[in-house]
Design a protein around this ligand. Structure first.
Ligand code: ADP
Ligand code: MG
Length: 499
């Protein structure tokens, strides 16, 4: 397990920062259940200010303060930008709390440690998941511009985020978007010569170079994720929802074309290139596939989703793209509508509850039908005449068997969106009418966090739990099992994250 070397924990700074107790805050509601700790909405008792408390999970740590948390704190302390979440302070609880496992022997950081953040009303996934949610074109441009501005700032400050996805993009009711969750972030040197882990970024947003095993990379990895988010906003659903690494890379090849030396010099030397060698060569058909996007959106997307990272557009250049400078222009964040708070954790929970309700209702109906049947005289039961219900469903008519929509509610993104040039509309979803409702609301996101993405890889020669490239081998990279798995994985973040 990776632990903090003594000098890595900048203790000289901690007393001032960790001196207040979590008792200065009243926890109001849980708003996030990260793989690595809970997040609460809380009120500072003295001032009444609403904040978010992110608890640093210690129950997996046998040997000390998690290095991931140290990195997150260290990096956030040096980043100050309106599009990057603000870490206000660190607070502690002295004793074990109700929700805490007893600390293993030798862990001197007994008790809880919390990061205190400014509170944000939504994350992008939660917001998009709201029933009937429609993002307008100026709104998408407004969010994209803020995302790129925040990311450009990180990259200029030599920080890679390494987990850009909807649930890590926070939005407040003033329309501000901020990058959050720097738990996988790290500093990089501009020569890209350091060896970094390729086991980062949630699978659906992971760029081809990481899937092919590179350990030398730079800001372009984040730009690929931005491209996936952009296309998702325009498309109404994730564009590369792979179940495991093999499916992921093939979904990418299918739209972006197969990776060849011709379009990506050096690709064949990447460690896992041969493992994922395409069986047939596919030509790039991104522009054709997303032909319903407006021209400028498509031009920009085309430059974000470039296989060769050295040709992928940088955040700075993306901000200069025509897309942001042609009508309809990005709107002023303040002009955006205010929505009821929506975080992925809550929308997911609501969906689960709705599914449970639907299942219960179904079960009750079935029981009711069975009871009705058992009241029918035996002779009738045995000889169903022409008027007798032939199928159990037919009996449903008696009980007002209404057509029931998919439990997940409407699609996450505009089912119908205005085509290019409609300032107030949103984009057309090609799957309107069929995929939209059934597809997204009910189809869950990929396993969040960093766990299942490292699923039983399609790597020939690598066992189902990771092969030679996964030194720890074990459960953190357990079988993906599709996107429906639990977020919580055995093991801890440090095992996959120390480079
Ligand atoms: P994890 O590493 O567990 O994914 P995150 O920092 O992403 O941790 O937090 C998990 C979730 O908690 C986020 O997706 C978001 O919904 C919510 N959250 C995190 N920080 C804040 C905040 N400052 N304000 C409001 N919600 C937050
Ligand atoms: Mg997160």
């Amino acid at each position: 397990m990776a632990i903090a070397a003594p000098e890595q924990l900048n203790v000289s700074e901690l007393p001032a920062w960790g001196s207040r107790s979590v008792d200065c805050f009243e926890k109001l509601e849980q708003i996030g259940e990260g793989t690595y700790g809970q997040v609460y909405m809380a009120k500072e008792i003295d001032t009444g200010e609403i904040v978010a408390l992110k608890k640093i999970r210690m129950d997996n740590e046998r040997e000390g303060f998690p290095i991931t948390a140290i990195r997150e704190i260290k990096i956030l302390k040096k980043l100050h930008h309106e599009n990057v979440i603000k870490l206000k302070e660190i607070v502690t609880s002295t004793g074990p709390e109700k929700d805490e496992q007893p600390a293993p022997d030798g862990n001197k950081y007994r008790g809880g440690i919390y990061m205190v953040f400014e509170y944000m009303d939504h994350d992008l996934t939660g917001l998009a998941d709201r029933p009937g949610m429609r993002f307008s074109v100026p709104q998408i441009k407004c969010y994209m511009r803020q995302l790129l501005t925040g990311l450009h700032y990180c990259h200029v400050n030599q920080v890679l985020h390494r987990d850009i996805k909807g649930s890590n993009l926070l939005i407040d009711n003033e329309g501000n978007l901020k990058l959050a969750d720097f738990g996988l972030a790290r500093s990089f040197s501009s020569d890209h010569n350091a060896n970094l882990t390729n086991r980062v970024i949630t699978l659906w947003y992971r760029p081809p170079e990481l899937l092919l095993g590179t350990t030398k990379y730079g800001p372009a990895v984040d730009m690929w994720s931005v491209g996936c988010i952009f296309a998702e906003l325009l498309n109404g659903k994730p564009i590369f929802p792979g179940k495991d690494e093999a499916e992921q890379i093939h979904k990418i090849y299918d739209i972006c074309g197969s990776a060849t030396e011709e379009i990506w010099p050096g690709v064949s030397k990447l460690p896992w290139y041969n493992n994922f060698k395409p069986t047939r060569m596919v030509k790039r058909r991104l522009r054709e596939h997303f032909r319903h996007f407006d021209r400028h959106a498509l031009d920009l997307l085309d430059r974000m989703l470039i296989l060769d990272p050295s040709h992928r557009i940088a955040a700075k250049d993306a901000l200069d793209a025509e897309y942001f400078w042609t009508d309809p222009l990005p709107c002023d964040p303040k002009s955006l509508p205010k929505y009821e708070a929506s975080h992925e954790f809550q929308t997911k929970k609501k969906r689960q509850q709705q599914r449970q309700l639907d299942e219960n209702a179904k079960r009750q109906k079935l029981q009711h039908q069975q009871q009705q049947h058992s009241r029918v005289p035996p002779a009738q039961q045995m000889r169903p005449g022409p008027n007798a219900p032939a199928q159990p469903q037919a009996a449903g008519h008696h009980y007002g068997n209404k057509p029931r929509g998919p439990s997940g509610g409407p699609g996450r993104y505009p089912a119908a969106a205005a085509a290019a040039g409609n300032p107030s509309g949103s984009y057309n979803n090609p799957n309107r009418g069929q995929g939209a409702a059934a597809g997204y609301g009910s189809a869950p996101y990929p396993p969040q966090g960093r766990a299942p993405p490292y699923g039983s890889s399609g790597l020939p020669g690598a066992g189902p739990r990771g092969g030679p490239n996964y030194p720890h081998g074990g459960p953190p990279y357990g079988s993906s099992g599709g996107g429906r798995g639990s977020n919580v994985v055995p093991g801890n973040r440090n095992q996959q994250y120390w480079q």
